[in-house]
Ligand binder design. Structure first.
Ligand SMILES: Cc1ncc(COP(=O)(O)O)c(C=O)c1O
Length: 438
């Protein structure tokens, strides 16, 4: 490949200068593995980018996409629909907590988040509570890169270059508390009281100005923060008491990552809306969705009364794209037929034990796991935060494991088809990499 073949592509969330001097390419994928163009095999420790929950190249999903491309490549869903769109909506709705079965389609997690925030605003307005315009996110939250998701998100480098964001946004404190919770197994014991910061915001602004709170039930992109015991319950209770909608951003946790269809189910806490993407199609075709409580859908539709016309002025050309719908149905078949959510739950204890065996290694300051996700936090090099994480990521890639580094946190979230042997191999890779880090 000529060097200037690399010039045109501007890679997202990437050090483009470093990358173009040291390109890392993936050319093929199957099951638990990727291959580089040179044929080097990598164990996929990240399910692509938290999305390939059923493993790569599943024949049923491939065939469904191929067949749909031949049958009908595209159909609009503005004022029209196609049969697969209804089927995916009811299949996804059936996996959600009871009552959250009104499904709006988007094409990514970012669009799903912006859709959910807009639905929250429109819903309150339709009910005559148009003063509820304030949106609450959380420090260290990641809700994608649209202006809505960016504004409620809480990761500083993602925000600071892009101006003030949406007006009227506030943030809850992060739940991260390494002093009290480092090396917790499962949900940490300390920190439920951090949900009470919402009471503080209610006292400051008035509940009648707050539309919605959005949180990742388990924060993924920031480096795997497991919610403290009781935290989500308390958030739910405060939201309910003040008429504030609670949105769980389950773009990562949806479709089995925590051993259940949703984190809402895994934690036994039901929000008013759930945002989904990634695993909804096993990553094979872009798709996002918002699962809404029936009351929200009914509230918006009923408010239109007898007047004909559009109830929600929102949507995307590719909402419920036929290829995405075909991929999603085939994906949900694989999840169901192979019992992959239960498989993740069954593997979780072995996963937890294997990951926590890294606890004694140099530089490791915390290990957090739940379901089939893990965060390994490293002490930053003095004066050079993020360097150890990057070096470990690069070393692992060179030695045959795809991991993710967020600053000095290594995140692992393998396909749910992983075997115990592969879990062992993954942890071995990380142990060897840690031993080489200075
Ligand atoms: C919780 C959460 N929300 C939203 C997004 C954004 O999704 P996308 O990159 O598909 O826009 C992500 C992506 O990782 C995510 O983890």
């Amino acid at each position: 490949m000529r060097t200037n073949d690399l010039d045109s592509l501007w890679l997202p969330f990437t050090d483009n200068r470093y990358f173009k001097a040291n390109p890392r390419l993936l050319a093929r994928a199957e099951g638990m593995h990727y291959w580089t163009p040179e044929g080097r095999q990598l164990l996929d420790g990240t399910a692509g980018l938290w999305c390939v929950n059923a493993g790569h190249g599943r024949p049923g999903i491939v065939a469904a996409i191929q067949a749909q491309a031949a049958e009908m490549d595209f159909a609009p869903t503005f004022q029209l629909a196609h049969p697969l769109a209804f089927e995916v909506a009811s299949r996804v709705g059936a996996l959600m907590p009871p009552g959250l079965d009104r499904i709006f389609f988007a094409n990514s997690g970012s669009e799903a988040v912006d859709t959910a925030l807009k639905i929250a605003l429109a819903y309150h307005r339709a009910r005559g509570e148009g003063s509820r315009t304030r949106l609450i996110g959380r420090e260290r939250g990641y809700h994608g890169t649209g202006f809505g998701g960016l504004s409620v998100g809480g990761i500083m480098p993602n925000r600071r270059a892009f101006g003030p964001g949406l007006p009227g946004v506030d943030h809850l404190p992060s739940t991260h508390d390494p002093l009290r919770n480092a090396f917790s197994h499962g949900q940490p014991l300390h920190g439920a009281e951090r949900a009470d910061a919402l009471e503080g915001l209610v006292a400051l602004h008035g509940a009648d100005t707050i539309a919605a709170v959005i949180v990742e039930p388990l924060a993924g992109s920031t480096g795997v923060l497991v919610p403290p015991l009781g935290y989500l319950e308390r958030l739910r209770e405060i939201c309910t008491r003040h008429g504030i909608l609670l949105i769980f951003d389950e773009v990562i946790t949806g479709f089995g990552r925590l051993g259940a269809a949703t984190a809402a189910e895994a934690f036994g806490v039901t929000p008013d809306m759930i945002t989904l993407a990634k695993g909804i199609t096993n990553g094979a075709v872009p798709m996002g969705a918002v699962a809404c409580a029936r009351g929200i859908y009914d509230g918006l539709i009923d408010a239109a009364g007898d007047a004909p016309g559009i109830e929600l002025f929102h949507g995307y050309t590719y909402s419920a794209h036929p290829l995405a719908c075909a991929a999603s149905i085939a994906t949900l078949d694989v999840y169901r037929d192979e019992g992959l959510f239960a498989r993740a739950a069954a593997l979780a204890p072995a996963w937890e034990a294997a990951l926590h065996s890294l606890a004694g290694h140099a530089h490791v300051t915390d290990i957090r796991t739940l379901g089939l996700v893990a965060g390994i936090e490293l002490a930053p090099r003095p004066g050079s935060p993020g360097v150890r994480g990057q070096l470990l990521f690069r070393h692992l890639f060179d030695k045959g494991l795809l991991a993710r580094a967020t600053g000095d946190i290594i995140a692992l979230s393998p396909p749910l088809i992983i075997s115990e042997d592969e879990i062992g191999a993954m942890v071995e890779h990380v142990a060897r990499g840690l031993a080489l880090l200075d």
